[in-house]
Design a protein around this ligand. Structure first.
Ligand SMILES: [Zn+2]
Length: 256
């Protein structure tokens, strides 16, 4: 019987039978992992207030000798991030990031940078930093850590460097993952474009690290452009639109 002890962020909880919960967590040391929490539904004393979505816990789990899902033995709250669950918009953003982690990451393969990123962004959301900007940061780094960074330094077709490209607006080739300059755009104007200023801000995030993110100042049009771009780029590479992204769009429309 092997036991694990680590920190983890709760991404999904499903009721199982009359008493139990099946949890999926992103853990610091073992990556994405599913566990069963026995009697978590029946007895509130078993895991009091610790198994809420998006909270960070420290946990001890044991894998049964016969194989099968690890069983959660102990859980203690590390960061409740309670400000997220009481707010629909914040919940929608956190659900979107969780779905990306759940669908993209392999089971039981540690990805410490993605763990740190998710914890950082949930903390920012909880602390009241602008959700839309935090989501741009999450998506850009998530793509970077997954080896899928969009190439914003040059035109993907003529290979011209950004500084030398004509015009102030650029298209983007989702398939090839690169910018498209005015000279290389064929056919009708794409439904969304990136202005030079937005591209520069996205490059600044790509080149930096999380510590500098607090200094980030986005204008409203740059937020809109980045949002449209990233929320088209990610579903394209995922092969479908995440369910939580539809929900997020719905909530944003209600708010505007
Ligand atoms: Zn070009």
């Amino acid at each position: 019987m092997s036991s694990i002890s680590t920190a983890g962020i709760l991404l999904r909880r499903i009721e199982y039978g009359d008493h139990d919960l099946i949890l999926t967590l992103l853990t610091q040391d073992y990556g994405k992992i599913s566990m069963i929490a026995k009697f978590a539904r029946k007895s509130r004393k078993r895991f009091p207030g610790t198994l809420e979505l998006f909270s960070e816990i420290t946990l001890v789990g044991v894998s049964p000798r016969k194989g099968g899902m690890p069983v959660l033995q102990e859980a203690a709250l590390k960061q409740p991030f309670a400000g997220i669950r009481g707010n629909l918009l914040k919940t929608a953003y956190a659900s979107y990031w969780s779905e990306l982690v759940l669908t993209w990451l392999e089971e039981q393969k540690a990805q410490k940078n993605i763990y740190r990123l998710l914890r950082y962004c949930l903390g920012a959301l909880d602390a009241g930093q602008p959700p839309a900007v935090t989501s741009i940061v999450f998506q850009l780094y998530f793509l970077q850590f997954s080896g899928l960074s969009p190439n914003l330094r040059q035109c993907g077709r003529c290979r011209g460097a950004l500084e030398k490209l004509p015009g102030e607006k650029f298209g983007f080739d989702l398939e090839k993952g690169g910018l498209v300059c005015k000279g290389c755009l064929t056919g009708k104007t794409p439904e969304w474009q990136l202005s030079r200023g937005t591209v520069k801000q996205l490059l600044w995030i790509q080149a930096g690290n999380l510590k500098n993110i607090r200094r980030l100042r986005f204008t409203e049009p740059a937020i809109k452009e980045s949002q449209m771009f990233l929320e088209a780029f990610i579903p394209y590479h995922l092969g479908r639109e995440p369910k939580s992204l539809k929900f997020l769009n719905h909530i944003r429309q209600l708010g505007s």
